[in-house]
Ligand binder design. Structure first.
Ligand code: ZN
Length: 434
């Protein structure tokens, strides 16, 4: 790989507290120099990127994606999913285990992370917390962590049984990784396909109440307390895709209490409400579902006041034929890697006045912190050469026909975005160029 100079950009690196004009030098896949403009006079590079008018930020980190490989590569593959990630400015993504078969073994994890799968960025994974994600018996956390697991989850489903979740949290605490919980009490949900409320009433669909999410978050927080007191270890709970005001409030007070809870919010939960379902649009069907305006505002409040640790896409591709069926039968999930930055900048930065540094922190340094990544989510000298260069003033509309993903299930086709990615560099190589 050749050396690269990125000149004249506005470097925004929350981890090192820099928001200023800086030139960046990448050598051997690492950040080799960061200097004031003109300060890198004595270095030369074959490739020079002129970033005048652009923001130069750490490559984005997404702790929650579904890349569908193995088993469902008609929806997405590691190659196409990571290409979509690179187009969205991401250089590190964490694959969920609900593939076919479920990623619950060292062999499965190693297969997924193998370079032969064709990932163009750093691919990490959270294997299943329980065998087959059946919620009964926890997997071999030690072995899996040694093979690269950055956490454990049964995402798509919750770990429902108290005793099993308790064991998972305790085992993960010994290794220093989080248990990521899909917080949904599935016992409360039979046959529901959207949020309970006036829109569900109008459409004649059964609604999922906010309790389904809040009850699991509440139970898990209680387990953290109990484990700290009884077992004298400090477990880390990561709450995935928080969608309700009630769960957000529970997480806020658990943090104030000093428990190790982190959480993520997906762009669709701060950008949309259940009104987006309109006339049974299955591209607005996901789990947790789009909620009421009060919940959307609570997501924004949590993002603004620091209760939320990171933005995660929950990128969940599905084939057209799967989404083109009646609402209650269509699968949950939307694609999200190419729209996350544009939505965060439009809704949070332009709309809510969040600083650029904070938006970038929520998508780089902070998600890297949730899974304790070293050398990622920052542009400090010595870090991996993971960089996104974007035009922060560019207003554009997402066109799903241009997606790198194999699937097109998004409610954001034609939606306004702010901030256009010009280059994405992963470990010193250009992996996306507009
Ligand atoms: Zn989930």
């Amino acid at each position: 790989m050749s050396d690269i100079l990125i000149l004249n950009g506005r470097l925004v690196d929350p981890a090192s507290g820099v928001d200023a004009e800086r030139d960046v030098f990448l050598r051997h896949g690492k950040i080799a120099g960061v200097e004031k403009p003109g300060g890198l006079k004595d270095v030369t590079a074959k490739e020079i990127i002129d970033a005048a008018g652009m923001v130069v930020a750490p490559g984005l980190v997404d702790v929650h994606v579904h890349l569908r490989e193995p088993g469902q590569t008609y929806k997405e593959s590691i190659k196409t999913g990571t290409a979509a990630a690179a187009a969205g400015g991401f250089t590190t993504v964490v694959a969920m285990p609900n593939t076919v078969p479920v990623n619950d073994s060292v062999a499965g994890l190693e297969w997924m992370l193998d370079a032969a799968r064709g990932s163009c960025i750093k691919l990490l994974a959270m294997p299943a917390a329980t065998f087959g994600s059946r919620g009964e018996e926890i997997t071999d956390f030690h072995e899996l962590a040694e093979a690269g697991a950055v956490g454990f989850t049964d995402d798509g489903k919750p770990v429902l049984q108290d005793a099993v979740m308790r064991e998972a949290l305790t085992a993960a605490a010994g290794i220093g990784v989080p248990v990521s919980q899909h917080a949904e009490n599935t016992r409360l949900k039979g046959g529901c396909s959207m949020n309970a409320g006036p829109v569900a009433f109008r459409l004649g669909l059964r609604g999922i109440t906010v309790e389904a999410e809040a009850r699991i978050v509440e139970r898990d927080i209680q387990l953290l307390r109990e484990i700290e007191r009884v077992d004298r270890v400090r477990p880390h709970l990561h709450v995935q895709h928080v969608s309700t005001a009630r769960a957000m409030e529970l997480i806020r007070s658990a943090k104030a209490e000093g428990l190790h809870v982190t959480c993520e919010v997906a762009p669709h939960h701060f950008a949309l409400t259940d009104e987006a379902i309109g006339d049974y649009d299955t591209n607005a069907k996901m789990n947790p579902p789009l909620r009421a305006e009060a919940d959307r505002l609570a997501m924004i409040a949590g993002l603004m006041d620091g209760t939320v640790d990171c933005i995660a896409t929950d990128h969940a591709p599905h084939a057209r034929f799967e989404k083109e069926q009646e609402f209650e039968r269509a699968p949950n999930g939307i694609t999200g890697l190419e729209t996350a930055l544009g939505l965060a900048l439009r809704v949070l930065h332009q709309g809510e006045g969040m600083t650029l540094t904070r938006v970038i922190a929520l998508m780089s340094a902070q998600p890297a912190g949730v899974i304790s990544l070293d050398g990622r989510g920052t542009l400090r000298v010595g870090s991996f050469g993971n960089v996104v260069v974007f035009d922060p003033a560019s207003e554009w509309k997402f066109d799903v026909t241009k997606t790198r993903s194999k699937s097109r299930n998004t409610p954001f086709d034609g939606a306004p975005m702010l901030g256009r990615v010009a280059y994405t560099l992963s470990e010193g190589r250009v992996v996306y160029k507009a």
